[in-house]
Design a protein around this ligand. Structure first.
Ligand code: PLP
Length: 423
């Protein structure tokens, strides 16, 4: 019986992401999901307290989304997106442009967060090339995470993730995350770099996800963006993780006064149900690609660009996301988190408890250095697995980032498991 369960069959054929296969515990076979819970082969339930890698927003196997998907699958499942178009792609683009911050005017589809970033970087570099100006420098934050493909890795902080590939990555100027104290210095740093040579600045607005849920000082961040915008440095807001309500507002860029030139979306875009990426841009960017000269074309595309099923799931997710119940749920989670945050502030053994929207994070004090390879992470992961709570720390950073449908009781179970850990 045990020999042919999912978990053991997996062990002989699968290579998992971000997993040292020799030492990792056998994976748990998940056969179904409902609301904020996932169920294994023996019908044990697990609370998905990190939204299945930050993608899920309305819960698992949402019936409305399933219905919409089934209906679309009977109509059109996929079709080439060059020279042809279809209702889900057009409807989704129209609806996204209405709610995105700034003055976004065009939607370019791809199929995940990394590709959304690749597209934005190519758009930015070619924008300047099409205009006949030489701007070849790119800026990003130290410790940033923008994905795992080569362009996305290049603009991500150099770390254990990129170590083997560092020599193959293009050069990027990395800035410290802004604080009230260092922002003047950061602006001087860009001035010294030559702002008229910088093509673009890519950043995770307000919060670095993989970097350890690092939250920025909003006014300092805005000042930095203002300076860049004033020097025509294209601003690429990577909202792959922060988009669709995670930080409290619909999009994190709504917290600042500066409008982005481009926005990258994925993860919560389809409510976390299917792979879809979006890169949007302003009319100014788009117009620079209009020409009778074919060389000014953006030569980029993927086989599954604007997949109708994925676009349908994004539309279904938007229906749920824009319903007042969704905002109320986010507010409820925020208030609950706030109470737990106050409790955490009194607890020994942790530091830097912080909260942004529906995301609560803190560090566990360890004798080892902080960071992703901290061995504490494996121990914590196992501890929570036994408690049937899916929490997957980033090194010694523990965070809760739940689907918005998580119930108060389920939240209490998550908090309770953390209390028990800290005992
Ligand atoms: C997850 C993430 C990405 C990469 O998205 P994938 O779909 O995993 O390729 C890019 N940027 C940010 C901010 C992310 O959190």
């Amino acid at each position: 019986m045990l020999k042919d369960n999912l978990s053991s069959r997996d062990l002989s054929v699968i290579w998992h992401p971000y997993t040292q296969m020799q030492t990792a515990p056998a994976p748990i076979g998940i056969v179904r999901g409902e609301g904020a819970c996932l169920y294994d082969e023996d019908n044990n339930s697990y609370i998905d307290a990190t939204s299945s890698w930050w993608v899920n927003i309305h819960g698992h196997a949402h019936p409305y989304m399933a219905q919409q998907l089934a209906a679309q699958a009977m109509e059109l499942q996929h079709c080439i997106f060059a020279g042809y178009t279809h209702p889900p792609a057009v409807n989704l683009a129209e609806r996204l442009l209405q709610i995105l911050p700034g003055e976004q005017s065009r939607v370019f589809y791809s199929d995940n967060g990394s590709t959304a970033v690749e597209v934005a970087l190519k758009m930015a570099l070619q924008y300047w090339d099409n205009k006949g100006q030489r701007r070849h420098k790119i800026m990003a934050f130290k410790n940033a995470y923008h994905g795992d493909t080569f362009g996305a890795m290049s603009v991500s902080g150099r770390s254990v993730f990129t170590r083997v590939f560092d020599d193959f990555l293009f050069e990027v100027h990395f800035l410290d995350v802004p604080t009230p104290e260092n922002t003047d210095h950061l602006i001087q740093e860009i001035a010294a770099l030559g702002p008229d040579q910088v093509a673009a600045f890519i950043f995770e607005p307000l919060l670095q996800g993989s970097g350890g849920m690092v939250m920025y000082d909003i006014p300092s961040f805005d000042r930095l963006l203002q300076y860049c915008a004033g020097n025509d440095i294209l601003l690429i807001a990577d909202e792959v993780m922060t988009g669709f309500g995670r930080t409290g507002k619909n999009f994190a860029m709504e917290y600042v006064t500066t409008a982005p030139d481009m926005i990258c979306l994925s993860k919560g875009l389809t409510g976390g149900s299917m792979a879809l990426g979006v890169t949007t841009c302003t009319a100014t960017i788009y117009d620079a690609f209009l020409s009778t000269d074919k060389l000014k074309t953006l030569f980029h595309g993927h086989s599954f660009t604007a997949n109708p099923l994925a676009c349908t799931m994004a539309l279904a997710s938007l229906d749920l996301f824009l319903h007042p119940d969704c905002a109320a749920n986010r507010q409820r989670i925020h208030e609950r988190h706030l109470r737990f945050l106050e409790e955490l502030q009194q607890l020994p053994g942790i530091k830097n408890p912080r909260l942004l929207g529906t995301i609560l994070a803190f560090e566990i004090i360890t004798t080892n250095a902080d960071g992703y390879t901290n061995s504490l992470a494996d121990h914590l992961h196992r501890f929570f697995r036994e408690k049937r709570v899916m929490l997957r720390p980033l090194g010694n950073t523990l965070y809760i980032l739940p689907p918005y449908c998580i119930t108060d009781t389920q939240l209490d179970t998550v908090y309770g498991s953390i209390r028990e850990l800290l005992k």
